[in-house]
Design a protein around this ligand. Structure first.
Ligand SMILES: [Zn+2]
Length: 320
C-alpha cells in the first residue's frame, strides 16, 4: 500500500512523521534537556567561600562541621553543586552517607575523623553522590529487586540514567557491594542505629537514613534548601509524594533534616520535618491541579521560601 499518490496520503504521511518526531522528542526528553544543561566537562572550581568559624578546611577543598560529637557534615564548597556528605559514627562502625563527585578524596577526610571501619552508603546513584574515582572497601546499597537482579557477584554497574556522569565527563562506575540494605531495616553502628527509609521521587532508588536515637534525618537529594529536581530520568511526582509520606510517618514534628546540597554558603543544609510537610502539600496540590507553577520545562512550583520543586510540564507529569 502506498500513500504517495494522493493529497490525503501526503497529509497522512506528514502527520505520521510529525507524530513520530514528537514522540521521539518526548521519549528522549531527559537526554535532550540534560545535554542542554551540561557541558560534558569537569566544572571549574569556585572561589573559596566564607564559612562558619566552626568549619575546618581539609585539603583546601572540603569543609568539616560537627553536627554533634559523632556526626560530621563534610561539604564541598568549591564544587558548584555545593554537596554535603555525612559521616555518622557509632561505637563499632561508621557510615559515610554519600561521597560527592569524587574530584578529591573524601575517603581520606572521613578516615581522619574516625578509626572505625567506614561503610559507604549512597543516597542514590547520581554521579555527584557516588564518589566515582574514590573507592571503598565496604559499600552498602538499598536492597531493591531490580538492583539485586542486575548485580552479578555483588558487582553493580550503574546505567547512564542512574548515574548521569556524562554531564561532567565522568565514567559510569561499577559498585562492589558488600551489604544490601532492606527498606525499613536498621544499620547497627554499635549503640546507634540508622533506619533505611525509602524516599523515591528524585530517583526511584533514593533512600534517607534516620538516626533513631537522636532523631536526625539524612535526606540525600530528596529534600534540601534550593531547587529539588523532579524532572530527571527515574524521577516521579507520584513517588515523591510516597517518599514524603514515608518520612512523615517515621519522624516527629521538627526533626532536623540534613540534605545533600546547600543553596548558598555558609553552613550545613539543614531543614526540618515542617519542610517535608510543605513538600507533601505542594505535591498534593500539583496532583489535584490546584498548584500554579512557572516556566515550561522544567516547571517550577514554590514549596516555601527556601525550596522549589522542579518538575516536567503538567502533560508529562507522572501520577500513575
Ligand atoms: Zn541526585
Amino acid at each position: 500500500m502506498s500513500f504517495s499518490g494522493s493529497t490525503s496520503g501526503k497529509v497522512f504521511l506528514a502527520t505520521a512523521v510529525l507524530i513520530a518526531l514528537a514522540s521521539t522528542i518526548v521519549w528522549q526528553r531527559h537526554y535532550l534537556i540534560l545535554n542542554v544543561m551540561a557541558s560534558g566537562e569537569p566544572p571549574a572550581l569556585l572561589e573559596t567561600s566564607a564559612e562558619h568559624i566552626s568549619s575546618r578546611w581539609y585539603d583546601e577543598y572540603f569543609i568539616v562541621e560537627n553536627i554533634d560529637e559523632r556526626t560530621f557534615a563534610i561539604g564541598e564548597p568549591l564544587y558548584y553543586q555545593q554537596n554535603f556528605s555525612y559521616l555518622i559514627v557509632g561505637n563499632e562502625r561508621a557510615v559515610l552517607f554519600d561521597a560527592g563527585p569524587g574530584y578529591r578524596d573524601i575517603r581520606a577526610v572521613a578516615e581522619s575523623l574516625t578509626e572505625l571501619p567506614i561503610t559507604f552508603v549512597p543516597s542514590h546513584f547520581h554521579y555527584d553522590h557516588t564518589g566515582n574515582q574514590v573507592t571503598f572497601e565496604r559499600v552498602a546499597v538499598v536492597d531493591l529487586p531490580r538492583l539485586r537482579s542486575r548485580a552479578k557477584d555483588n558487582q553493580l554497574t550503574l546505567t547512564w540514567s542512574e548515574h548521569l556522569g556524562s554531564m561532567e565527563g565522568i565514567e559510569t562506575p561499577t559498585l562492589h557491594i558488600t551489604e544490601w540494605l532492606p527498606i525499613g531495616s536498621e544499620i547497627d553502628l554499635g549503640g546507634r542505629k540508622l533506619r533505611v527509609l525509602y524516599t523515591p521521587g528524585h530517583t526511584n532508588d533514593s533512600i534517607s537514613l534516620l538516626d533513631t536515637s537522636n532523631g536526625l534525618l539524612f535526606s540525600g537529594d530528596f529534600i534540601y534548601p534550593g531547587p529539588l529536581y523532579a524532572f530527571l530520568p527515574n524521577s516521579s511526582l507520584k513517588e515523591y509524594l510516597e517518599g514524603s509520606n514515608n518520612i512523615l510517618r517515621e519522624t516527629e514534628t521538627n526533626n532536623p533534616i540534613f540534605g545533600a546540597h546547600r543553596d548558598s554558603p555558609p553552613g550545613i543544609p539543614t531543614l526540618s520535618t515542617a519542610d517535608v510537610l510543605a513538600l507533601q502539600r505542594t505535591l498534593i496540590s500539583i496532583r489535584d491541579g490546584a498548584a500554579t507553577g512557572e516556566g515550561l520545562y522544567p516547571r517550577t512550583y514554590k514549596v516555601n521560601e527556601r525550596i522549589d520543586l522542579l518538575t516536567e510540564p503538567p502533560l508529562l507529569q507522572d501520577w500513575r
